[in-house]
Design a protein around this ligand. Structure first.
Ligand code: 5RP
Length: 222
């Protein structure tokens, strides 16, 4: 196992300590969130816990199902007690998410939760919020949105699928635009992007309670 894989597992283990019987949990997407979901399923089985998971992607839904977790859609629960998810870049004041294209449902789940804990390995921790800002757009608006995004960066492109011709289609039936940029003011940029007509959501996350960084032996709080 690589050291980064070990760090992901250790971050996931630390997040598992926040889980209590009876909770409704927001389940993130991606390889780090997967480690958490696997550990959660083991614990639920072992301790016979009453937990309901709200998956943030089809991928997480399928995994949770396979592992025997009880799942519900966001409109089937009254509240989400705690959400756990990974990130592509993590700083103290902002996260970049959406590498796996699940940013919109991830944000819906994380922002609706009473508490959102982000879990990352050390490669994700940066001083500056810089990298790929993912923007989910309704297909009709991709070109007009792209024009607006050039005001933020010269490097803007739409994400193309690997085993399908043309653009990736998200779990919500939309396109993804990737914008390479430095996000100086995460809260402001998150709002500015959201204000462009046709934008569904961006991968800038500014509402979170904690970032747990896995280390090779255990974990630390960012
Ligand atoms: C998916 C995400 C993921 O949380 C993010 O890409 C991190 O993934 P991983 O844990 O595989 O590095 O935002 O849309």
């Amino acid at each position: 196992m690589s050291s980064l894989e070990l760090e992901k597992i250790n971050a996931a283990k630390a997040a598992l300590e926040y889980v209590q019987d009876g909770m409704i949990l927001g389940l993130g997407s991606g390889t780090t969130a997967r480690e958490f979901i696997k550990l959660l399923a083991e614990r639920v089985k072992k301790e016979k816990l009453n937990i309901i998971g709200v998956p943030s992607s089809f991928d997480t839904r399928i995994l949770s199902h396979k592992l025997g977790l009880s799942i519900a859609e966001a409109d089937e629960v009254d509240q989400i007690d705690l959400a756990i998810d990974g990130a592509d870049v993590a700083t103290k004041t902002g996260l970049l998410k959406g590498g796996g294209g699940a940013l919109t449902r991830e944000k819906v789940v994380a922002y609706a939760a009473k508490k959102f804990i982000c879990i990352v390995d050390s490669s994700k921790v940066k001083e500056r919020l810089e990298g790929k800002v993912v923007v989910e757009v309704v297909p009709f608006a991709y070109n007009t949105v792209m024009k607006e995004l050039y005001k933020f960066s010269k490097k803007v492109g739409y994400r193309v699928a690997d085993e399908k011709i043309g653009p990736i289609i998200t779990d919500n039936g939309n396109f993804l635009l990737d914008v390479e940029m430095f996000v100086k003011d995460p809260k402001r940029t998150e709002i500015e992007l959201k204000n462009i007509p046709g934008v569904v959501e961006s991968g800038i996350f500014t509402k979170f309670d904690k970032v747990i960084v896995g280390t090779k032996d255990e974990s630390r709080i960012l």
